[in-house]
Structure formats: structure tokens, C-alpha cells
Design a binder for this molecule. Structure first.
Ligand SMILES: Cc1cc2nc3c(=O)[nH]c(=O)nc-3n(C[C@H](O)[C@H](O)[C@H](O)COP(=O)(O)OP(=O)(O)OC[C@H]3O[C@@H](n4cnc5c(N)ncnc54)[C@H](O)[C@@H]3O)c2cc1C
Length: 395
């Protein structure tokens, strides 16, 4: 079996893997990115709302709160400095009934302690003056929320990582790993071998890599992958859940809003909201649909069912009409869907990002990134900074 050594191996070329690869490369490390798909950003990173979140919702001192606020600032600066298309549109979180007002006030308090500036509580009439198609009894205005062209962002990250010496190996799947007490080994296979074999169980690796540092940023597969790491204590591997979110596009109508509009958060998500993209296209979503029985091979090869069942629109209409009463019948068309890598299941409290290094699991050089759901895109540059700083002394 061929064996090779490596310095820093990043597993997964989603937005988080890309920011991490760029960060290590800029710090002078020799970086190799292994990606199962044929190019970067084909997983969750291209199936999200493309919203730059302000950092409002998350518990005080949580990684989501800290990394979102820091990541948002880094992201706006990154985009401005490099001409990446983005727009700071602002966002209104709306209460559509009096009973929701205490929850909205609680969201404001959270935002303030998290360091989100400029939050402003508006009376219903003020919010509706701003957005004439809107219905609400109160609205919390977040001027620092915005949207971004995530593909341009990722393309720029790949370019900067490569310019600083990082190498990308596409169609390359990490199928398992091993820690023998002294060094790590990653078992690598061409992705097509995995396809042809129709599964992982009997697949033999084609290469063994012996890296100094491994960043497991495999997104939806991050947990299934480390379950296949010999030498990693299973106590440190959290349960994983998958929640699909579908979007519907607004068709045959002018954009009704000029900023982002969010209802109250719901179990598993932050509500079927209105997002605008940089071309002015309006979409509503994502909803929450828990998936069961996800197998490792589908995960590694991103073989999920991303189709949007048109029948789901029957749930969207009443939800959206709570804040956009003039939504016309027949104006919603199926859009796309994405899947959230979650660490808590239905009815459980939302979990934080988990960024797990040697101090937790005892394996030098291994960092696992678990549960990097929203606001992972916003936080990505801050996640990279955080991960790389764990190794700053050895860099
Ligand atoms: C519906 C939805 C809406 C969202 N909206 C927002 C938003 O508006 N704002 C925001 O900030 N965040 C949002 N997010 C979150 C954000 O999209 C994610 O946090 C982010 O994209 C995660 O990036 P990643 O690199 O960790 O994962 P991914 O993009 O999934 O990348 C992981 C990569 O690893 C590869 N891979 C998997 N297994 C292997 C293996 N064994 N070997 C090699 N490669 C492998 C995959 O092919 C994939 O390319 C949303 C998420 C969802 C699902």
C-alpha cells in the first residue's frame, strides 16, 4: 500500500474547509485539501440562504455567537477588499401576534449581549412603513445583516489558498483513519472506487497518508467519518441528525420586500424567511424536515435527495401569509434544498458548533468540526482563524 507524509490535510472543500486551508497556507503551512466531489463547494455550502448573519440568536458566549459576530466582520471586510458581490440589506425579525412580542424582546436582548450593534425595535407601523407589503405588530431591525454571492467567495478562497501553495485533490475520499498513539493515518480512495463498490464496507484504501495535522471539515460526513477512525474514543463522537430545508421561489411577482424578513425561530431552524439574492430573486425557506437512516456512503458521496416536493408549498403559504398577507395562490415554485448537519434532534435544544482538538480527544493534530450548520457560512473566516490558532506555536 503506498504511503505518503503530509503537513496539514483538510478534509472537505466546503466553505469551512476552504477558509481553513487558506488560513493555514497563509501561515506558511503545506496544505493538502481532499475533496470527495469533482470540485469545491458542492455540499451544504452551495445549498443555503447566502445570508450574512449578524449574530443575534445564539446563546451568550456560545461558539456560534462569538464566531458569527467575528466572522461577519471578517466577511464584510474580505468581500469589500476583494470586490466579492455582497449587500448589507438589513433584516427585520417580525412578531405577527402580540403573544410573540416577549420572544422578540428576548431575541433583542440576546443580540445585544452578543455584541450586535444597531439593533432597533420598531413598532408595527414603522416596520410596515419601511416595507409596505409586510404585516407585523413589532419588528426588530438588524442593519448589519446582509447577503453574499457564496460561489464568488469560495472561488476567491480557492485562489488565495492555491496562490499560497495549497494543493487540492478532488474526487478523493477519506474512507477511514487510524491513530496508533504516535501518528495519524488517513485511508484514501478515489471517489469512483467508492461509487463502483456500491459502498464502504469492503473498500480497500489506495493510499495511506500520514499527516501532522488533520482538519475534519467534512460537513454532513464529519461524524460518520470519525466513527471510522480507529483509536478515537467513541465518547467524543456526538450523535448526528440531518434536517433538510426546502426553498420555494416567488414567481410572476415583483420583489415584495427590500430587506430580509424573518418570522420567529421554529424548532430546528430560524423560520421560513424571505431572502433576496443579488439578482433580486426572492425565495422563501428553508423549512425543517428531519431525515432518518442516512448511510455513510451517501454522506461521503453527497448522494442525498435534494429534490423539492411541490406539495410542501401547502405548508409554506400559511406560514408566509402571517407576515406577507398578499402572497398570491400559485406564486410559489419549487427551488432547491440543503441539509443541516445537526447535533440535536427534534424537540431538543439547539446545539452549538463543536470544534474538537487534542485537548478533548487526546489525538495530537486532529481537529473535528461537528455540527457546522447555520451560521457556518458567516462564521467561516472566524472558524479558520480559531482552528489555526490552536497550532500557532508549532507553525
Ligand atoms: C438550508 C440551509 C441554509 C443555511 N443558510 C445559511 C445562511 O444563510 N448563512 C450562514 O451563515 N450559514 C447558512 N447555512 C450553514 C452553511 O451553509 C454551512 O454551515 C456551511 O456551508 C458548512 O460548510 P462546510 O464546509 O462545513 O460543509 P460542506 O459545504 O458540506 O462541505 C463539506 C465537504 O466535505 C466533502 N466530504 C464529505 N465527506 C468527505 C470525505 N469522506 N472525504 C473527502 N471529502 C468529503 C463534501 O463533498 C463537501 O464538499 C445554511 C445551511 C443550510 C443547510
Amino acid at each position: 500500500m503506498p504511503r505518503e507524509t503530509a503537513d496539514v490535510v483538510v478534509i472537505g472543500a466546503g466553505v469551512v474547509g476552504l477558509t481553513v486551508a487558506r488560513e493555514f497556507a497563509l501561515r506558511g503551512r503545506d496544505v493538502l485539501v481532499l475533496e470527495a466531489s469533482s470540485t469545491f463547494g458542492t455540499g451544504t455550502s452551495s445549498r443555503n440562504s447566502e445570508v450574512i448573519h449578524a449574530g443575534i440568536y445564539y446563546p451568550f458566549r456560545s461558539l456560534k455567537a462569538i464566531l458569527c459576530v467575528r466572522g461577519r466582520d471578517l466577511l464584510y471586510k474580505y468581500c469589500s477588499d476583494r470586490g466579492i458581490p455582497h449587500k448589507q440589506l438589513g433584516k427585520l425579525i417580525v412578531a405577527t401576534g402580540v403573544a410573540e412580542i416577549p420572544k422578540l424582546e428576548e431575541i433583542q436582548r440576546r443580540g445585544v449581549v452578543n455584541g450586535v450593534e444597531n439593533l432597533r425595535m420598531l413598532e408595527g407601523y414603522q416596520a410596515m412603513e419601511m416595507e409596505p407589503e409586510l404585516w407585523c405588530v413589532k419588528g426588530l431591525l438588524s442593519p448589519s445583516s446582509g447577503i453574499i454571492d457564496s460561489h464568488s467567495f469560495m472561488l476567491s478562497l480557492v485562489g488565495e489558498a492555491e496562490n499560497s501553495g495549497a494543493t487540492f485533490s478532488y474526487n478523493t475520499t477519506v474512507i477511514s483513519g487510524q491513530f496508533d498513539g504516535a501518528s495519524m493515518r488517513l485511508h484514501i480512495s478515489e471517489s469512483r472506487e467508492l461509487e463502483n463498490n456500491k459502498g464502504l464496507p469492503d473498500l480497500q484504501p489506495q493510499l495511506i497518508l500520514i499527516p501532522k495535522i488533520v482538519i475534519n471539515s467534512a460537513g454532513l460526513s464529519a461524524i460518520s467519518l470519525v466513527k471510522r477512525f480507529e483509536g478515537l474514543d467513541s465518547r467524543f463522537i456526538p450523535a448526528s441528525y440531518f434536517a433538510r430545508g426546502c426553498y420555494f421561489n416567488l414567481s410572476k411577482a415583483k420583489a415584495p420586500f427590500s430587506c430580509l424578513v424573518y418570522p420567529m425561530p421554529e424548532d430546528g431552524g430560524i423560520g421560513v424567511h424571505v431572502t433576496l439574492d443579488l439578482n433580486g430573486q426572492v425565495k422563501f425557506g428553508p423549512d425543517v424536515e428531519w431525515l432518518n437512516d442516512v448511510d455513510d456512503t451517501s454522506c461521503f458521496l453527497n448522494k442525498f435527495d435534494y429534490s423539492v416536493n411541490p406539495d410542501r408549498s401547502s405548508r409554506f403559504y400559511p406560514e408566509i401569509r402571517k407576515y406577507f398577507p398578499d402572497l398570491r395562490d400559485g406564486s410559489l415554485e419549487p427551488g432547491y434544498s440543503g441539509i443541516r448537519p445537526k447535533l440535536s434532534g427534534p424537540g431538543q435544544l439547539p446545539s452549538d458548533f463543536v470544534i474538537q482538538g487534542e485537548e478533548v480527544h487526546g489525538i495530537p493534530g486532529l481537529v473535528n468540526l461537528f455540527g457546522i450548520e447555520s451560521p457556518g457560512l458567516t462564521s467561516s473566516l472566524a472558524i479558520a482563524e480559531f482552528v489555526a490558532s490552536k497550532f500557532s506555536r508549532s507553525a
